[in-house]
Design a protein around this ligand. Structure first.
Ligand code: SAM
Ligand code: SF4
Ligand code: SF4
Length: 337
């Protein structure tokens, strides 16, 4: 069973695994965890409900036998999970895995050295605007932009390079910040990735009108700086790459709404309480924690993983236009980006 390439009903292998380590966050980005829903009274998971580091390590190891090569730790805010570097160290000991983590950077200045030392390969930082007022509004906890920039600098000083910078673009909110963002990070070696605002979960009140299409993002940058398309680094890369014509670096654009890439989607997700999702837009998942805590053997868990991947037929983004947009979906902060 293990060791062979697993393919879903559309022939897609499993290559990437996103693991959410907490559903909590110190931000309340309106497009992800709006305050109106994620208020003081919101019931987050209890610590005992979260997968332990050992449980995560076991699942990742079993997934790696099926061909998973890249693991991204996410959340919620992954750096809020206490001693996260211990999990990084456990995963870094698994052969052949590239280990990355996505963060809002609030805790990066204090955490970057330990993460690096523990074996984290790459970092992605989310930053939606360089304009302090816009950024404070978008994170909705009045967090200043300069502290995110300090987090990025601290991580770079520790040896993370290049750092990817994720910017979710929302019409009328931060679309004016696209070009300044490109200009700021051009020449630094860091790679800004502009992300179309997605209809993840059911709490962010998503409307198609809020989406700034990738084409528009590209055109606005091209008209000021000059960019050319670049070849993907590998098949299934979600970000389309563009290079500055003057050689000062590259950017990425993630067009999940206007140019869906389900046909190449090789990504599985495990929520912080150990539920497996085979699509970001899934409304139901498969309970791995019950298996793990119920004493299942590695073989039995592998069999479940194999079964769930083999029966996978998800292509939500390709079908978005037709029917499913109003069905309940799991929240981004729960499943991880
Ligand atoms: N808290 C961490 C952070 O913000 O980097 C990690 C978790 S966050 C859910 C992962 C990524 O998902 C972030 O880069 C965030 O911008 C992105 N994201 C969240 N909601 C989104 C949405 N509705 N559309 C597009 N991207 C979204
Ligand atoms: Fe928190 Fe990240 Fe969601 Fe913002 S995008 S609310 S930082 S989990
Ligand atoms: Fe993958 Fe689902 Fe996104 Fe399509 S909609 S790219 S299947 S996560």
């Amino acid at each position: 069973m293990s060791g062979m390439t697993l393919r879903d009903t559309l022939g897609r292998p499993v290559r990437d695994l996103r693991v959410s380590v907490t559903d909590r966050c110190n931000f309340r980005c309106s497009y992800c965890m709006p305050k109106s829903v994620f208020s003081r009274n919101y019931e987050f998971l209890r610590h005992s409900e979260l997968l332990t580091f050992e449980e995560i390590e076991r699942l990742v190891r079993l997934f790696s036998r099926f061909g998973v090569q890249k693991v991204r730790l996410t959340g919620g805010e992954p750096l809020l999970r206490r001693d996260i570097e211990e999990l990084v160290a456990l995963l870094a000991a698994i052969d052949g895995l590239e280990l990355t983590l996505t963060t809002n950077a609030v805790l990066l200045p204090e955490k970057a050295p330990a993460l690096r030392l523990a074996g984290l390969d790459r970092l992605t930082v989310s930053l939606d605007s360089l304009d302090d007022a816009t950024f404070r509004t978008m994170n909705d906890v009045d967090f200043p932009v300069e502290r995110v920039l300090a987090g990025i600098d601290a991580a770079a000083a520790t040896g993370f390079s290049p750092i990817k910078i994720n910017m979710v673009v929302k019409r009328g909110v931060n679309d004016a910040d696209v070009v300044p963002m490109a200009q700021h990070f051009r020449g630094t070696g860091h790679i800004v990735r502009f992300i179309e605002y997605m209809d993840v979960g059911s709490t962010n009140g998503w409307r198609l009108d809020d989406v700034v299409p990738a084409r528009e993002i590209i055109d606005s940058i091209d008209s000021v700086i000059g960019i050319d398309p670049a070849e993907p680094n590998y098949r299934g890369e979600v970000a389309r790459r563009w290079r500055y014509r003057d050689g000062s670096g590259e950017i990425g654009v993630i067009a999940s709404v206007t140019q869906p890439f389900c046909g190449d989607c090789t990504r599985a997700r495990i929520s912080s309480e150990g539920t497996l999702y085979t699509c970001l837009f899934a409304s139901t998942g498969h309970d791995l924690r019950a298996l793990v805590r119920g004493g299942a053997s590695d073989e039995a868990i592998s069999e479940e993983l194999g079964l769930r991947w083999r029966e996978r037929r998800d292509r939500y983004s390709e079908l978005r236009a037709s029917a499913t947009a109003s069905s309940p979906k799991v929240e981004m902060s729960y499943i991880g980006g």
